[in-house]
Ligand binder design. Sequence first.
Ligand code: PSU
Ligand code: MN
Length: 306
Amino acid sequence: MTRVLHLSPAVESALGSGRPVVALESTIVTHGMPWPRNLEMARRVEAIVREEGAEPATIAVLGGRLKIGLTDDELQGLAQTKDAMKLSRADLAFALATGRNGATTVAATMIAAARAGIRVFATGGIGGVHRGAEESFDISADLEELARTSVIVVCAGAKAILDLKKTLEVLETKGVPVVGYGTDDLPAFWSRTSGLPAPLRLDSAGEIAAFQAAREALDIEGGLLVANPVPAADEIPGETVRGWIEAALAEAETRAISGKAVTPFLLQRIFELSGGRSLETNIALVQSNARLAARIAVAQAQAAAG
Ligand code: PSU
Ligand code: MN
């Protein structure tokens, strides 16, 4: 394992001494946000994790090496690269075997984090069941990964471009706990509410750490999904987003966008249709998720120490 994982010195030392570490994904950098805001976001998110007393570990594949923790030069290179693969469970190892550059999605970041011994991970929004999945069968591999890999994933809900009701059903079937953080209503990425109930609710980082510890004590494998509503000041109300989502989905259909290209296409079109507003909200919610993830990692480290 140590030969396949390339830990940065800072991450290696934090893990070695039981200090809190937060994994961060990289697809959001290469496929989710435009240059140079993507780099600015990635740096800011790492800074927030440090402010909270944890070590950030941004995960990506660079020249076939699975990096856990990037230098600032590596982060900059990644943010500008045009050839990065979007990696999930199916092709993470392919990128290693063929010496490629690749960004890790939620699924691939969970795999790498778990192998490295990192127990908490912050992202924007997870992938889920796409609208029309009954025809397209488009269901993100993120859901299957949540079912099998034991990492706490902090998100702002599933992206509102998805079918949230079906996404919740699949998570329930797969036994993935979905916890609304300080809310009884499932957040919907750009909006604080979806109109769907959050299956579970917790109000502090310590309680989330304790919940995962209880699952581990019972040998229940799999991820714990924390849905943290975007800060109210940065929210875009559901009614406002709805029109952009519908226009972007219609366009994706006309242009026959499929597979891995769907989510990046929709995010980019919504960015354009919203005049850039969706990006500001996306950045704000990732920052907020990173802060909560760091607090959970700190709570876990405190519990382990004492
Ligand atoms: N969150 C964001 N922006 C993103 C993503 C998450 O704010 O771009 C990425 C994640 O990497 C997630 C992926 O795993 O979108 C989902 O892609 P798909 O629907 O193709 O599984
Ligand atoms: Mn898909």
